[in-house]
Design a protein around this ligand. Structure first.
Ligand code: NAD
Ligand code: IPM
Ligand code: MN
Length: 366
C-alpha cells in the first residue's frame, strides 16, 4: 500500500509525540512493505508566527489531498492573550471544519496494568470499554453570532450553541452503527432540561434510534453523565454527544486510563481518500502540554494509538492496527511507563519499548 499522510505536528509536545508515531508507522511500513509518505505542514501557533494564520491555505489543501492527517497539538502561553486576534486553536477548528470531520471518536479502555494509575478504585475500572462519539463541526464552537459587543459602554461577549436536524442525524447514525459492532448500547448526553439545542438533539437521536431497534438507547443529562462516568463507567458502551460536552467529558474519562496522554482519537466525516475510506484526521485528545514541552518526557501513547486508528479506519489495515495496539499494550505490561503514569521512561525510551514489542510480534508472525 502507498499512502500519503499529511503531518501537522503543531506546538508544545505536538512535534515530540508526532515524531514518536512516525517511527512506529515507519516500522509498520518496513514490516509489511507499505509506503507511508509523511509530509509536515504548519498549523497552530507556529503557523501564526510564520504566516500570521493558524491554518495556512496550503496546509488545508495538502490535507484535502492526503489520504489521512496526523496531528499533534496546538496552542501555548505565547499565543494565549484573551485579546489575541488570531489563536492557534482556530487552526484546529478550521481543519476539522475544512475537512468536514463531523464525528470525533475517542475510545477509552483502561489497561489492566494501569488500574492503580487512575484515582478511581480498581473495581470500578474492571470492564470499562467505552467510546465517545463527539460531534465536532457544530454546536457552541461554531454557532453564530460569536463575538464581543459594546453595550452601554460595557464589553459583552456572546457564543451560540446551535444544531440542525441533519447535523444531529449524521453523527448519531454513526454512533448507532458503531454500537451495532460493539455491545449494542448508545448513551446520548445532552442538557435537554435547559437547552433548546439539546431538546432537538434528544428528539432527533430518538428518531434515528428507532431505525436501530437492536441497539438500546438511553438519554442522560450531561451533569449526571459527568458523575456516572466516575461512579459506573463500565455501564457505558457508545456515548454520543455535542461538541463541547464531548470535549469536557473525554478529558474526564481519560483519567479512567491513568492519564490523558493515553487517549487517541479519530475524526471522520464524509470525505473519502483514494482507498474509498474516510479521509480522517488522527490526534491524541491532549493538548500541547506547555509545562512539559521540550523535556522529552511526553507520553506518546495517545498519538501512537491514533496512528493505529488511522491504519484501521483510513487505510483498512486492521491487522497492522492491531499489532500496534498489541505492542503498546505489551510495552505497558512490561513496565514501560512515562512520568504521567508514574514511571520514568522518556518519550524515546517508551517508543523503543513499543518498537521492541512490535518487532517481537512480527518475528513470531513470520
Ligand atoms: P493539556 O492537555 O496540554 O495539558 C493538561 C495536563 O496534562 C498538563 O499537566 C500536561 O502536562 C498533561 N499532559 C497532556 N498531554 C500529556 C502527555 N502526552 N504526556 C504527559 N502529560 C501530558 O491541556 P492544557 O494545559 O489545558 O492546554 C494547553 C494548551 O493546549 C492550550 O493552549 C490548549 O488550547 C491546547 N490544547 C490543544 C489541544 C489540541 O491541539 N487538540 C487539546 C487540548 C488543549
Ligand atoms: C480537543 C481540544 C480542542 C477542542 C481545542 C484545543 C480547540 O481541547 O481537541 O479536545 O476543544 O476541541
Ligand atoms: Mn479537549
Amino acid at each position: 500500500m502507498n499512502a500519503n499522510i499529511a503531518c501537522l505536528p503543531g506546538d508544545g509536545i505536538g512535534p515530540e509525540v508526532v515524531d514518536a508515531a512516525k517511527v512506529v508507522l515507519d516500522a509498520v511500513g518496513d514490516a509489511f512493505g507499505h509506503q507511508f509518505i509523511l509530509q509536515n505542514y504548519p498549523i497552530g501557533g507556529g503557523a501564526i508566527d510564520l504566516y500570521g494564520n493558524a491554518l495556512p491555505d496550503f496546509t488545508l489543501e495538502a490535507c484535502l489531498d492526503a489520504d489521512a492527517v496526523l496531528l499533534g497539538a496546538v496552542g501555548g502561553p505565547k499565543w494565549d492573550s484573551p485579546d489575541a486576534l488570531v489563536r492557534p486553536e482556530q487552526g484546529l477548528l478550521a481543519i476539522r471544519k475544512g475537512l468536514n470531520l463531523f464525528a470525533n471518536l475517542r475510545p477509552v479502555k483502561p489497561h489492566a496494568k494501569l488500574l492503580s494509575a487512575s484515582p478511581l478504585k480498581s473495581e470500578k475500572l474492571i470492564g470499562v470499554d467505552l467510546i465517545f462519539v463527539r460531534e465536532l463541526t457544530s454546536g457552541i464552537y461554531f454557532g453564530t453570532p460569536k463575538e464581543r459587543r459594546n453595550i452601554n459602554g460595557e464589553e459583552m461577549a456572546v457564543d451560540t450553541m446551535s444544531y440542525t436536524t441533519g447535523e444531529i442525524q449524521r453523527v448519531s447514525r454513526l454512533a448507532f452503527e458503531l454500537a451495532r459492532q460493539r455491545r449494542k448500547k448508545v448513551t446520548s448526553i445532552d442538557k435537554a432540561n435547559v437547552l433548546e439545542s439539546s431538546r432537538l438533539w434528544r428528539k432527533v437521536v430518538s428518531q434515528v434510534g428507532s431505525e436501530y431497534p437492536d441497539v438500546a438507547l438511553e438519554h442522560i443529562l450531561v451533569d449526571a453523565a459527568a458523575m456516572y462516568l466516575l461512579s459506573k463507567p463500565a455501564s457505558f458502551d457508545v456515548l454520543v454527544t455535542e461538541n463541547m460536552f464531548g470535549d469536557i467529558l473525554t478529558d474526564e474519562a481519560s483519567v479512567l486510563t491513568g492519564s490523558m496522554g493515553n487517549l487517541p482519537s479519530a475524526s471522520i466525516g464524509d470525505g473519502l481518500n483514494k482507498f474509498g475510506k474516510p479521509r480522517g484526521l488522527y490526534e491524541p485528545i491532549h493538548g500541547s502540554a506547555p509545562d512539559i514541552a521540550g523535556k522529552g518526557v511526553a507520553n506518546p501513547i495517545g498519538t501512537v494509538l491514533s496512528a493505529a486508528l488511522m491504519l484501521r479506519y483510513s487505510f483498512g489495515l486492521e491487522n497492522e492496527a492491531l499489532l500496534i495496539e498489541k505492542a503498546v499494550s505489551q510495552a505497558i505490561e512490561q513496565g514501560a511507563l512515562t512520568a504521567d503514569l508514574g514511571g520514568n521512561y522518556t518519550t524515546s525510551a517508551m517508543i523503543q519499548a513499543i518498537l521492541q514489542q512490535f518487532s517481537e510480534s512480527i518475528s513470531a508472525y513470520e
